[in-house]
Design a protein around this ligand. Structure first.
Ligand code: 1GP
Length: 230
């Protein structure tokens, strides 16, 4: 089954949870433990990536480790074309729509496209929107983080992503953010778009995950919470 079908069929039953694992921050042994624990806890899939420069070997190893441990879908969440592992099931083929740099709007994508075709990775087109504070993702992606008090501006970006044909919209507060994306923003985007809405960054408690879901997220992503909860 394609990952896109896996996501949409699971979503018919309930909102989903994805676990983000960063091989730049986590050892191979810890990846096994974390993957096992989160799979047992009911996560729906894994994203592998990070904002820092990751080597292809590192990402290949992480993807293989997670797949062997859990047999669940692994989706790349890349920053640079150089770390696109052909061993994953799919790739969030994403454009950081509020980046000021051509590199993150379309440059890394052009660089990785032939490799995606060659390896048969399933591309999942995604508009990646960095909301303040944005953290490392915002800094590395040269984004002007979208202000937390301007839902209309975030909606404009999300709609532009949908009209450009992107099947997923990711609202990102930044890994380790003190607060998730505000509920008002999530609600406004949810009411405006028809495609799958992913929300991540700063979600560390069941309560905040619940709020993000009731505001309209289809998929909730946690990274830091998992990394720090062994
Ligand atoms: C980062 O949204 C993800 O891209 C996860 O963020 O590490 O804060 O959970 P956290």
């Amino acid at each position: 089954m394609k990952v896109q079908e896996y996501i949409s069929s699971r979503r018919e039953a309930r909102p989903l949870h994805f676990t983000l694992l960063d091989p730049g921050k986590t050892s191979a042994d810890d990846l096994i433990t974390l993957a096992k624990q989160t799979a047992e806890a009911g996560t729906d899939g894994f994203m592998v990536g990070g904002s820092t420069d990751l080597s292809l070997e590192n990402v290949d190893l992480a993807v293989e480790t997670i797949k062997q441990t859990t047999h669940m879908p692994v989706i790349l969440f890349p920053t640079h074309a150089s770390s696109v592992s052909g061993k994953a099931d799919a790739i969030f083929f994403m454009s950081l729509l509020n980046s000021e740099s051509r590199q993150f709007l379309v440059g890394e994508q052009i660089a990785s496209a032939p490799w995606v075709k060659k390896t048969g990775l399933e591309p999942l087109s995604m508009a990646y929107l960095v909301v303040a504070p944005g953290m490392t993702a915002g800094r590395v992606g040269q984004a002007q983080p979208l202000p937390r008090d301007q839902p209309d501006l975030v909606v404009s970006h999300a709609l532009a992503g949908q009209y450009l044909g992107m099947k997923y919209i990711y609202l990102e507060a930044g890994s380790g953010a003190s607060e998730p994306v505000p509920e008002e923003i999530i609600k406004s985007v949810r009411e405006s778009i028809d495609v799958t809405l992913i929300v991540g960054g700063g979600i560390r408690t069941p309560e905040s995950a619940r709020k993000v879901v009731s505001a309209g997220a289809d998929i909730v992503v946690t990274g830091t919470f998992v990394e720090t909860s062994q």
